[in-house]
Design a protein around this ligand. Structure first.
Ligand code: NI
Length: 136
């Protein structure tokens, strides 16, 4: 019997989307307000899900205390109240779009989730815009 368990989390972070090799007009056309040279913030909502067999002894897919601590240590402590472009090494040469942030989060969590379980990350950049990454 397989079940998906999920934990919600939240962080605030600043970013700027741009490609240095593009001129201002193209950056502005492609990235819109997210191209603001002075950066701007988003309130990111995160849903991390683990899918797998329910353990016969515990009745858990994964101990949620462990998942909560993992998200705090690996994601919230690394990203919350940070300027993603400037302060988070993964985005030194990678545009911090919602897509790329979701992939970075997945890669940070994957080594600590049992290999027999599937991991999915859903990241809301705004209440209406969200992306999903599951490693595929
Ligand atoms: Ni933005």
């Amino acid at each position: 019997m397989k079940v998906k368990v999920s934990r919600k989390a939240h962080f605030n972070a600043a970013h700027r989307l741009y490609r240095p090799e593009w001129d201002e007009a193209k950056n502005s056309a492609v990235f819109g307000k997210c191209n603001n040279p002075n950066y701007h913030g988003h309130n990111y909502d995160l849903v991390v899900s683990v899918y797998g067999e329910v353990d016969k002894d515990t009745g858990f897919v994964m101990d949620m205390k462990i998942l909560k601590a993992l998200i705090k240590e690996k994601i919230e402590d690394a990203l919350d109240h940070k300027n993603l472009n400037v302060e988070v090494p993964e985005f030194k040469h990678l545009n911090p779009t919602a897509e790329n942030i979701a992939v970075v989060i997945w890669n940070k969590l994957r080594p600590d989730i049992d290999a027999s379980k599937d991991l999915e990350v859903v990241l809301y950049e705004t209440p209406r815009n969200f992306v999903t990454y599951n490693g595929k």
